[in-house]
Every structure is written in C-alpha cells, then in structure tokens.
Write a protein that binds this ligand. Structure first.
Ligand code: F6R
Length: 369
C-alpha cells in the first residue's frame, strides 16, 4: 500500500503533484472560466460579501494564511484567518455579509465544526474546503469545494495541505471573476501558472536528495528555526509544525521581519535556521530584506539552510546550503517551498528511528474540542 515507500508520509509527499493536479482538474470550461460545480451558493451573496473569515486548525490554518495573501490581492476583500477554537469562543463579528471558509482535511475536526455552526448561527454563509467525502463539515456547510488529494493516511498532513492551498486559489480566482475585480485575461494567466505547478512540485521532489542527506546528518539536532516573509511566513510555520510533530524537536517559525523584534536573541553559533526567500522577481524590497536577515543571522553563527528560487544567486554568499525551487508567481510559491521542509521533517524523524506515520500523542482526526 505504501507503494514501495518507507512510510505513508513519504508516499503522500510523492503524491502531491497528482493531488494538486486532481484538485485543479475539470474546473474550467472551454473559455477558460472557472467552474466550481460543487459550489452551491447564491452568486448574489458572493458578490456582496464584505469580509472573508477563514477558520481551521493546524496545518489547514496555514493553508488559510496562504489563502489570505492570494484572495486579498486578487479580490480586494478583507480576509481574516483564525484558529477555529479561538474564533468560536471570543464573540467574533460575523454576519450575513461575512463569508466563512472552513478548511479541513478530515471534515470531522470538532473545533472547526463548532466554529462553522457558530458562524451560521450569526447568519454567515459557510463554504468548506474538505478532502473527505461524506464527512460532517461539508454536510453542515452552505457549499463545499472538495480537494481531490485522495485518502491521507499519515497523521501529518502533506498532500492535503497542498490541495487545500490549491482549492483556496481556485476560490479566490472564482470570486475575483464573479466580482469583476480582475480582468479575465489576468485570471486566465494565473490559472495557466497554476496548471504548471504539478510539474514544478515534481521537480522539487526529484531534487529532494540533498535535503534528505542534510536531514540525516542533523538527526541529533535539538532545535531548528524557520523564517519566512509574505507567503513564506505560513510556510515557515508549517515547516516548524512538521518537525515538532514528527521528530519531537523544538522548532519555531517566525516572520523574518520579526527577527529584530526578539527572536534574533535565539541565534547562537551552530543554530540551524531555514529561510524561505521570496522571489527576486516579486517585490524586490522583500527579497533584499530577507537576504539581509540571512546575512544578520549568519554573522551571529547561524547555519543557514536557504530555500530559494532557481537563478537567485544573491543568496549564495550567505547560505550554508541552498535548496532550489523552480520559478513561479510569488503567490503560488508555497506549493513549492514547503516541499523541502516536508521532506526534511520526514527524513529526519525516520533517521531518529521514529514512526513518522503515527507520531506520539496525535490522532489523524481530532473529534473532541
Ligand atoms: C498537522 C496536522 C494537523 C491538522 C489539523 C486539522 O500535520 O495534520 O495540524 O492539519 O488537526 O485537521 P483537519 O484538516 O482534518 O481539520
């Protein structure tokens, strides 16, 4: 069943190009317009919503953070992302003009379900992005957008995460089109870039040998930090979460801009730090700021493990290791930059002799609050 891989997680990492491809499949008509058949909600409502609130837990919430950057940019609708358990118990401002997007692999996460119920009681419409057909959350939502990742067996989420991000992009493009915020040719362009992503994800997986090697060397490491900025920030958080849950190693993700506001005090000689570098073709100021961050931590002795786009030679003077990913539009880049971090956590935990599919104290679906 593991298809020759050492673990379900390793197999599911390799399933990701297909999971993303299948989530995109059949969602445009002949004109290239997005068709979301299983999105049964009144379009008039979607035209008038004035706020989107994404609710989810864990990895699914990081997919929500990526969605925020994309949807706000494409649709100009304010997007909040909130952990479902926090949302539910703080009297959030939601009403008929709020669109709630619940993201969940299992469709059974109790915290997320309670938040969905609460939002609907306040009059909000709920669209859920779900992987598991026949689960509870889609039944209790106004509309569903299924991710087609296939069954995810390993407790730690990988292919469901990439599929959730993909589905959120589709939702963003659909809303942009519906609300007339973007010209159709721009939408078509982004959609084309999205269609090219499965092959690029495959490329990152194929290049995974070096990150595996480094992970094995680092099996005895006691702490790893992760830095990212813009969409690289949730990727850093996800990289840290994967390492905590699989390898039981202290790991923290930070927004790179936050470094000087505190976390830089953690840097001492030999501290490994992953840095997700934004594309130099995007907002150039962001790129150069992150390069300065790498320079700063390296000057304090950090071991810099850099994830950068092909051709970005600016990282070379300050990187102890570079894991290269193919070029793509910045907003889509999490689909690539998170993959070396997944491989790293999986390989390091395996090198420590741990069961990566069944980490201690965790369950695949958390059906209690
Ligand atoms: C992390 C992980 C969890 C889940 C979270 C939400 O690898 O798997 O953080 O993402 O428990 O689960 P779902 O998506 O089923 O609601």
């Amino acid at each position: 069943e593991k298809g020759g891989f050492g673990s379900f997680m390793d197999k599911e990492i390799h399933d990701q190009p297909q999971a993303v491809g299948d989530t995109l499949l059949g969602r445009t008509d002949l004109q290239g317009d997005l068709v979301l058949d299983d999105l049964r909600i009144d379009e008039a409502v979607l035209r008038t919503v004035d706020k989107i609130v994404v609710i989810a837990c864990g990895t699914a919430a990081y997919a929500g953070h990526v969605a925020k950057y994309a949807i706000e940019h494409w649709c100009r609708i304010p997007v909040e992302v909130e952990l479902a358990h926090e949302f539910r118990y703080r009297d959030p401002v939601v009403n008929e003009k709020t669109l709630v997007v619940a993201i969940t692999q299992s469709g059974e996460t109790m915290d997320t379900l309670m938040a969905v119920r609460h939002a609907r009681e306040q009059g909000a419409k709920v669209i859920s992005i779900v992987n598991t057909h026949g689960s509870t959350i889609p039944r209790e939502s106004d509309a569903v957008l299924y991710t087609h990742a296939g069954p995810e067996i390993a407790v730690a989420s990988t292919k469901a995460f990439l599929s959730q991000i993909t589905a959120a992009y589709l939702l963003g493009l659909y809303l942009a089109q519906l609300r007339g915020n973007k010209f159709p040719d721009e939408i078509a362009e982004i959609y084309e870039a999205l269609r090219a992503m499965p092959a690029k994800i495959q490329e990152v997986i194929d290049r995974g040998g070096r990150v595996r090697e480094i992970a094995r060397w680092m099996a005895d490491t006691s702490s790893v930090l992760f830095l990212g900025r813009h969409v690289g920030f949730p990727v850093a958080m996800e990289g840290a979460l994967k390492l905590k849950e699989l390898a039981y190693i202290h790991a923290e993700g930070f927004a790179a801009g936050e470094l000087k506001h505190g976390p830089i005090a953690l840097i001492e000689p030999g501290q490994p730090v992953f840095v997700v570098v934004p594309s130099p073709r995007g907002r150039d100021s962001l790129h150069s700021k992150v390069i300065s961050n790498i320079q700063e931590i390296r000057a304090r002795g950090a071991r810099t493990l850099v994830i950068a786009e092909d051709g970005d030679d600016a990282v070379l003077p300050f990187a102890d290791e570079v894991f290269w990913v193919p070029q793509c539009p910045t907003l889509l880049s999490p689909l690539l930059t998170v993959v070396p971090l997944q491989i790293f956590a999986c390989e390091l935990a395996t090198a420590r002799g741990l069961d990566v599919d069944q980490p201690r104290n965790l369950a695949k679906s958390v059906t209690v609050e």
